[in-house]
Design a protein around this ligand. Structure first.
Ligand SMILES: [Zn+2]
Length: 262
């Protein structure tokens, strides 16, 4: 009976590990003594309930795998190459205080808004803040995807080749990320194929309550012309409670009004 039980447990463990293939811990070598007494080197633990309890095989990652999972989330987030940009190494310039405060509020979910719009001129730290938000979400265990807007457009184009591609497949593809960060939306080529699809994807996340951060250096009017009036409405929507708009008003750029809501 014990052998059968052990075999059954092994099968269930393997099936669970396969199901969680995206979050698989590293392979363990059965010949080596386990490093972790809690999971005996398996990386997974079952709840402390009787053998016949329905939750017995609801395996969870062991605490010893926290760093591995964190690194996997970082790898999948596609953050820009180079040193990590975090809140700790953000050097605020005057005019960024409100954006930083609102970013923290949004990360802590102390707001009903699922969309965070970081609006401000180039060179004021939007990209740094966007990545810092992403890294904070990763640390909180959220599956995160960072995308420079023109690259995202390219990705949509290469993945969903032509007009006959199923838009639902595209929505499904990006839906799996707990948070999507779109950096430098104003840098896209408005005539590029895929802008409509990108608009639909952003609209979908807005309407579905999925988390999204958008950094933009254009005005609402410009985005309406470049993409879609509805998307502009979503990104600057301060009335429904679905969007938190963080404006960066770095003093050196105050003469440049192009990004201010018009
Ligand atoms: Zn362990």
């Amino acid at each position: 009976m014990d052998t059968l039980r052990a075999t059954l447990r092994e099968i269930l463990l393997k099936s669970r590990q396969n199901r969680n293939a995206n979050d698989s811990p590293p392979e363990t070598n059965e010949d080596e003594p386990p490093d972790c007494p809690r999971c005996r080197g398996r990386g997974w633990v079952s709840p402390n309930v009787p053998f016949n309890h329905p939750q017995r095989y609801e395996l969870k990652p062991c605490v010893c795998q926290a760093e591995t999972f964190n690194q996997q989330r970082i790898d999948r987030a596609w953050f820009p190459a180079g040193p990590a940009k975090t809140f700790a190494n953000f050097e605020p310039v005057p005019g960024t205080e409100e954006a930083v405060a609102l970013s923290h509020q949004w990360i802590a979910r102390e707001t009903s808004a699922n969309v965070l719009t970081l609006a401000g001129p180039n060179g004021c730290g939007k990209s740094h803040l966007t990545e810092a938000i992403g890294r904070a979400m990763v640390a909180a265990g959220v599956s995160t995807r960072y995308a420079y807007a023109p690259d995202l457009l390219h990705e949509i184009r290469s993945t969903f080749h032509d007009e006959s591609s199923d838009p639902d497949a595209m929505l499904e593809h990006y839906r799996r990320f707990g948070v999507l960060l779109i950096d430098d939306l104003g840098a896209i080529n408005p005539t590029a194929w895929g802008v409509k699809t990108l608009s639909e994807m952003m609209d979908y996340r807005y309407r579905s309550g999925l988390l999204m951060v958008v950094a933009v250096n254009r005005s609402m009017t410009e985005i309406a012309k470049m993409m879609d009036p509805d998307i502009a409405d979503r990104l600057w929507d301060a009335r429904s409670g679905r969007t938190l708009v963080a404006r960066i008003t770095a003093p050196s750029y105050r003469t440049d009004e192009t990004w201010v809501r018009s």
